[in-house]
Design a protein around this ligand. Structure first.
Ligand code: BJW
Length: 301
């Protein structure tokens, strides 16, 4: 974490701020056991996770992409919100400040931590939402927590073949790596189908893939919050800041005079050295740092 002086300065800013935004990314859910998208964690069975989060990937091989999302859904259901999620949930309920959380995460953990629904914007959607892929149909199922979604998606929970892992551990031969469970070739009939469309259109996860527009209502409300009146402080939590439009919010707030506090395991040295104006950096696990740094507002968790 930063020096005590910086923490004190940050907490002074925190307690005197009237309008606060938190921008959240995959790093916040790491200590709940969920992987990030980029870097060494962002692999599923040798696929880059970001390569699977595209309309093209779904169009070319919906069976592959559904197996990936089925694995993600199962893991998110097994995961528990951590103290970082709880700290933001506490912020969301405070009187006396105007506050929003803009979450890029689709895992539902922020909601499960008890975050106020009225000031939480899940701008990349939710893996527990299902949408029909037909242009002619507007079927949407929210909060669908079923697993597996179809019998053919049974077995997607584990990334590795449990038997091969057990065998290699038993033989105490560390050179034998566990085998990935093979990807199944699934026909469209074996994947989630729209219950409304007569032609059996595919359902897809209700998330925002690259090149797709973000949900208009939430984006408008976030824009209004940022533009209506100046934001005093933006907390940038566990995100690489590589994806538009989420990354643009920080620049917009900074350009209007707002301060920035970054919570990440990987932070530019310039920020840590205090060389970037109006910017604090707290290096480490967001699940540990948020309860500590936000304590003057949210109290002891
Ligand atoms: C810790 C930690 C710990 C680790 N504690 N920290 C050129 C060509 C084509 C498109 C574009 C282009 N240039 C720009 C674009 C736009 C594009 C974009 O931004 N592309 C960039 C990659 C260049 N954006 C879009 O396409 C968006 N749509 C759009 O712009 O629409 C315009 C439009 C208008 C009208 C019509 C049509 C279009 C959509 C973006 C959707 C992003 N979707 C995904 C997948 C969501 C579904 C799913 O989850 O499967 O969102 S991609 C992925 O990236 C996911 C994430 O939300 C997002 C951000 O990732 P995040 O959260 O930052 O994770 P990581 O892994 O990158 O970083 C984790 C961080 O945590 C790291 O910094 C670690 O250090 C840190 N960390 N452990 C704290 N314990």
């Amino acid at each position: 974490m930063n020096s005590g002086k910086s923490l004190k300065e940050f907490q002074e800013k925190l307690t005197t701020s009237r309008r606060i935004v938190a921008l959240v990314g995959a790093g916040l859910s790491v200590s709940s056991g969920l992987p990030t998208f980029r870097g060494s964690q962002g692999l599923w069975k040798n696929f880059n996770m970001i390569d699977l989060a595209t309309p093209d990937a779904f169009y070319i091989d919906p069976g592959l992409v559904w197996q990936f999302y089925s694995w993600r859904r199962y893991n998110a259901l097994q995961a528990r919100p951590n103290k970082g999620h709880v700290a933001l949930a506490k912020l969301s309920e405070l009187d006396g400040i105007e506050y929003i959380t803009i979450s890029q995460n689709v895992d539902g953990l922020q909601r499960r931590a008890g975050h106020n629904k009225d000031n939480l914007y899940e701008i990349h959607g939710s893996i527990f939402e299902l949408r029909c892929t037909s242009f002619m149909c507007n079927f949407v199922a929210k909060d669908n927590f079923k697993h597996p979604l179809t019998p053919a998606l049974q077995g997607t929970e584990q990334e590795y073949d449990v038997k091969s892992r057990k065998r290699s551990l038993h033989e105490e031969d560390a050179s034998i790596s566990p085998q990935f469970k093979p990807i199944k070739e699934l026909s469209e009939e074996e994947l989630p189908q729209c219950p409304v469309c007569k032609d059996g259109s595919l359902l897809r996860p209700g998330v925002v893939w690259f090149g797709e527009p973000l949900p208009l209502g939430p984006i408008d409300q976030v824009d209004n919050f940022i533009e209506d009146e100046d934001v005093d402080l933006v907390l940038v939590i566990g995100t690489s800041g590589t994806v538009y439009p989420a990354n643009s919010y920080v620049d917009r707030i900074r350009a209007k005079g707002g301060s920035v506090a970054v919570f990440n395991t990987d932070i530019d040295q310039e920020i840590l050295d205090g060389k970037v104006s109006k910017t604090w950096g707290f290096k480490g696990d967001a699940a540990v740092l948020l309860p500590l740094t936000l304590k003057p507002l949210i109290g002891e968790l």
